[in-house]
Design a protein. Structure first.
Length: 414
């Protein structure tokens, strides 16, 4: 290591804004809140879990409030087939890194890391066909006591509750291979046909789940797709499927759509299925979508909605338990118009939703024995009861399902 430092000093010592240090980072002490940004490359994979958690606490202390941590690591397994007599690398999954770094809190307990984004390094994919090189951008944020139903972050709440790995695969059994949203491939084909996609266009799928819709778009229409989801379990499964799908036009990232930044006009289409129900400030999110879309670009969303209040107690309890923020289809459309979109279509598709529920319920009953063998009788009962409860809430008029289409005007009026 001293040789590296000396070479670095030789090459860059003329710069007046660099300090050269050589130290074991696990024993390094630096002043609190002294950095806006910390960068690390291929370091954490050489640390034990305990060492990484301890270092994370130090990184939180060194960063100013709102500061960022960027790091890159090798994940899953060794890249290449070269035999090594000694390899100290710990090949974690992205989900394991997420849990370790977002579980740690500052010594005072008042701040921690939240994920802004995590994705495979694109250069490695294009040049080496290697998806195992993964980078992260995390932000130091305040910890809100009981802000996420007992979890440190909303992402942890999702990954440990509704979207545990087992829960995701259980949903997939109902919706169909590759899908965890209403209607699976059938509704995906119907709604994507509304977009008139063309080869070479760029699509971002917000709340991509396990990637079935993204693989379909890329293979059918020749578009480039970035699938983004806050659930690390969802994205990890999607990345696993990408190894076998061999669809280089599709990339995935763990990302928070409310924090993620893209250049103006980065995408031709924003696509999202049954995801935005988790987002509080929908109008602010739609303004963000508006900036991401090119002039003349399109937006298509399906999402859980609600009927007019007051709601039945059973629906109130359901929404509270899930942490959903729901609006009527009409209100949804108004949010899109306020964000600047034109040609807004806000359709109440609850009748279609109920028909899909009936089909999925019937299909699940037909594969009862297989489902129980793959999961358990308790899981089977959970799905059957859950779908019946959806039917009941729809019959009350409280649970609704909306389809939303909108466009960004070709000319932006000042």
């Amino acid at each position: 290591m001293p040789n590296f430092i000396e070479k670095n000093r030789e090459d860059n010592g003329f710069r007046g804004n660099i300090t050269f240090l050589q130290a074991d980072v696990t024993n390094l002490d630096l002043p609190k809140e002294s950095f806006d940004f910390i960068f690390s490359n291929w370091l954490f994979m050489y640390l034990t879990d305990a060492e990484l958690v301890a270092l994370t606490q130090k990184l939180l202390a060194w960063l100013k409030p709102g500061g960022y941590l960027f790091f890159r690591e090798s994940c899953f397994f060794q890249s290449g087939d070269k035999e090594r007599t000694f390899n100290p690398t710990v090949y974690r999954t992205p989900a394991q890194y997420n849990l370790l770094l977002t579980s740690a809190t500052s010594v005072s307990g008042d701040s921690g890391f939240e994920i802004v984004m995590s994705r495979s390094v694109q250069t490695y994919i294009k040049i080496k066909k290697n998806q195992n090189q993964v980078c992260w951008l995390l932000q130091r944020v305040p910890r809100v006591p009981d802000g996420h139903k007992g979890y440190n972050t909303f992402q942890q709440f999702l990954d440990n509750q509704q979207y545990s790995r087992r829960g995701i695969l259980r949903y997939e059994k109902i919706f169909g291979e590759g899908f965890v949203s209403t209607g699976g491939l059938e509704t995906t084909k119907e709604f994507i046909s509304m977009l008139n996609l063309r080869p070479g266009q760029r699509v971002i799928d917000v709340g991509c789940g396990i990637g079935g819709g993204d693989f379909y778009m890329a293979k059918t229409y020749g578009v480039e797709v970035l699938g983004m989801d806050l659930s690390s379990n969802m994205v990890e499964i999607a990345m696993e499927r990408a190894f076998t799908e061999k669809t280089p036009l599709v990339q995935f990232e763990i990302g928070d759509a409310t924090r993620r930044c893209f250049s103006e006009g980065s995408f031709d289409v924003v696509y999202s299925r049954d995801t935005i129900l988790h987002i509080n400030d929908k109008e602010a999110l739609f303004r963000r979508f508006y900036s991401w879309i090119k002039p003349g670009g399109k937006l298509l969303i399906t999402d859980y909605c609600c009927g007019e209040r007051p709601w039945a107690p059973v629906f109130q309890e359901y929404v509270k338990q899930r942490g959903y923020i729901l609006y009527t289809p009409q209100e949804y459309g108004q949010f899109l118009e306020k964000a600047g979109f034109v040609n807004v279509q806000a359709q109440d598709r609850t009748e279609q939703f109920v028909n899909v529920l009936n089909t999925e319920l019937s299909r699940t009953r037909d594969i009862k024995q297989q489902f129980i063998e793959n999961f358990s009788e308790e899981d089977y009962k959970y799905i059957i009861d859950g779908w019946k409860e959806k039917q009941h809430r729809c019959s009350l008029g409280d649970q609704r399902w909306g389809l939303f289409y909108a466009e960004k005007p070709l000319e932006i009026l000042s």
